[in-house]
Design a protein. Structure first.
Length: 171
């Protein structure tokens, strides 16, 4: 079977090595309001000046004549690391890549998109103000997370729980 848009199999462990630490760091970053206060001595390492013409900001008059915007890029690093890790895990080839694996991959992707859409609709109906923006930011990752959980469940866990299903060879 020809898989055109999948990464090589060696990218999957790399993806796990990226996704797990950045997911933990992201949860800590989001859940702790004083996260930056605890790491204040190290915060300057993540502080960068970005040219004003490269960013979109709400209040340009607050900058005055400054040509640079100061920004702490820790949240951007966490987002990029988590996104790349989840992407590598989700779209890396399996050791045995056959039609059944491709079918499970397609169904899992459909599950991820459908459940993510349901989450967005529910959030639109039940979450308001700036919390809605937070929910939409988390929703960036939910499609990939749902896909990864369902794909690995059907591929590795379900065959052992239900003996009548196809068992994937463990190579």
């Amino acid at each position: 079977m020809k898989t055109r848009f999948l990464f090589p199999h060696w990218c999957k462990p790399l993806g796990w090595w990226l996704a797990i630490p950045f997911l933990i760091l992201g949860i800590i970053y989001v859940s702790r309001s004083n996260f930056m206060e605890q790491f204040e001595p190290y915060a300057s390492y993540f502080e960068v000046k970005i040219p004003k013409w490269l960013v979109i900001i709400d209040d340009e008059e607050d900058l005055g004549i400054q040509n640079f915007v100061s920004n702490n890029i820790l949240d951007e690093i966490i987002t990029i690391g988590l996104t790349l890790g989840l992407l590598f895990v989700a779209f890396s080839k399996e050791k045995v890549e056959d039609e059944w694996v491709a079918q499970v991959r397609l169904e899992s992707l459909q599950w991820g998109v459908l459940l993510n859409t349901v989450f967005i609709i529910l959030a639109t109906l039940m979450v308001y103000s700036f919390k809605y923006l937070d929910v939409l930011i988390y929703n960036v990752f939910t499609t990939l997370i749902i896909f990864i959980v369902r794909f690995n469940w059907v591929l590795y866990i379900q065959p052992f729980l239900f003996k009548g299903k196809r068992v994937t060879p463990m190579i």
